[in-house]
Design a binder for this molecule. Structure first.
Ligand SMILES: Cc1cc2nc3c(=O)[nH]c(=O)nc-3n(C[C@H](O)[C@H](O)[C@H](O)COP(=O)(O)O)c2cc1C
Length: 422
């Protein structure tokens, strides 16, 4: 051994381990006896909640939620787009206390996201919309009930009596059904109506076809085999009120077949005029996918737009809403409020969207993974995970409130660029 290596590897004097020192190192937490809490506390990300959800939910129900249309390219690209950003932190700016609150569509929200409308929600977990609405109310964020929901307008209001409830409208072939729902939502104090416009016909949800998934769910050899490892889901399903649409009559078939029977591919700007007259609150169009349409809708007098491709469940290879955002903000951002959804899996995604000019964001699957992982407590876990991620990202960026976020905080990196058309 050289003198030099002896100097860097000095011989340590060994001692007999002392019990007092060992006890000092021991930190045994009291075991968590509540299995749901134990399961949810172990989830640190929305992806972790997805893993738990997948384990606990029969395949057809999980796939109905997790899946999207055709080759599922739209959703994969939307999620990738959020990952393909670079943040630019600004240092030596105090951000000890972060204010995550905002206002959107004429009212407050404690956080820059709300819960998106989802159909057939009690299929995922029987608490369904009641869990979503009450957890949203407790967190001070808006909850959106779908036309294809499994809880009535009035029961949703009762679950979230003082918070903000929004209603999502499909204008259906039988217009009177849609008009009546609009009137009921207004009478129950819902303050904002989302008119969804990206469903002239249903997208091809191939996982549903392959799983033989139908509404109402059928007991087939496949579903019975899927039940065996998830007895608690089936127990819950069979001992709670029947799963059905709260506002529609269902006649059997896949969700796609039901959508095709109910939707009207001839809806147009004329329908917007009728709804405008019926609805006293804010009117927002959900499913906008081009700059041109944003202009058309602002000219038609809407109060807001949601850039969305329906979580990739309609047109596959549709524009990525997050890519569209900067252009739409530049063109119509001064005239209307712009919200965005599709692909949000982290609070950092939300911060990036706000920095690029979105007023608000919506979460679909992130909420449903939480619901499937643990009912209302699972939805609360989703909200907590996203809140922590938003707060931490803002602090690391040196930002103490949402209005301080600007496009200078984010660069969208290019993975796919259009070929030049000469
Ligand atoms: C299971 C499921 C059901 C949905 N049902 C509806 C619906 O009834 N009406 C609607 O406008 N959007 C519906 N959506 C789309 C969501 O409102 C939202 O646009 C989408 O989930 C956002 O993408 P994300 O899941 O990546 O957050 C649904 C989405 C999912 C995952």
């Amino acid at each position: 051994m050289t003198d030099e290596s002896r100097a860097t590897n000095p011989k340590q004097r060994r001692q007999v381990p002392r019990p007092a020192e060992i006890f000092e190192l021991m930190r045994f937490k009291a075991p968590e006896l509540d299995a749901t809490k134990r399961r949810l506390d172990a989830a640190l990300t929305i992806d972790d909640l997805r893993t738990i959800a997948k384990r606990r939910t029969p395949r057809a129900a999980f796939d109905y939620t997790d899946g999207s249309a055709e080759q599922e390219i739209s959703l994969a690209r939307a999620r990738q787009a959020f990952q393909d950003i670079e943040f630019h932190p600004q240092v030596l700016r105090p951000a000890e206390h972060v204010d995550t609150s905002t206002t959107v569509f004429g009212g407050p929200s404690a956080l820059p996201f709300g819960i998106a409308p989802t159909g057939f929600t009690r299929l995922m977990q029987t608490q369904g919309e009641l869990a979503g609405a009450s957890a949203a109310g407790a967190a001070g964020i808006p909850f959106t009930l779908s036309t294809l929901g499994t809880t009535s307008i009035e029961d949703t209001k009762a679950a979230n009596p003082t918070g903000r409830n929004w209603f999502q409208l499909y204008v259906m072939r039988e217009r009177e059904i849609s008009y009546e729902l609009t009137r009921r939502a207004a009478a129950s104090g819902f303050d904002t109506l989302f008119f969804t416009v990206d469903t002239p016909v249903a997208g091809a949800r191939l996982r549903d076809k392959r799983n033989g998934f139908s509404i109402p769910p059928q007991l087939t050899p496949g579903t019975i085999a899927g039940a065996i490892p998830r007895p608690w889901w089936w127990w819950d399903f069979l001992t709670t009120p029947k799963l059905q649409f709260a506002s529609l009559q269902s006649t059997g078939g896949t969700v796609g077949e039901l959508l095709n029977a109910a939707m009207d591919p001839t809806i147009s700007l004329d329908d917007l005029t009728v709804i405008r007259d019926l609805w006293p609150g804010r009117l927002v169009i959900k499913g906008v996918q081009t700059v041109e349409d944003s202009h058309r809708l602002v000219d038609a007098g809407v109060d807001g737009i949601v850039l969305s491709n329906h979580g990739g469940r309609q047109l596959d290879r549709a524009p990525v809403p997050f890519h569209l955002l900067p252009d739409v903000v530049r063109e119509v951002g001064r005239d209307t409020e712009i919200a965005i959804d599709t692909g949000i899996m982290s609070g950092a995604d939300i911060v990036a969207a706000i920095a690029l000019g979105a007023r608000f964001t919506l979460i679909g699957r992130a909420y449903l993974y939480g619901l499937m992982a643990g009912g209302r407590a699972g939805v609360e876990r989703t909200i907590t995970i996203l809140t922590d991620q938003i707060t931490r990202t803002m602090q690391l960026l040196g930002v103490a409130s949402l209005p301080e976020l600007t496009p200078a905080h984010v660069t969208q990196l290019h993975r796919l660029t259009p070929r030049r058309r000469d």
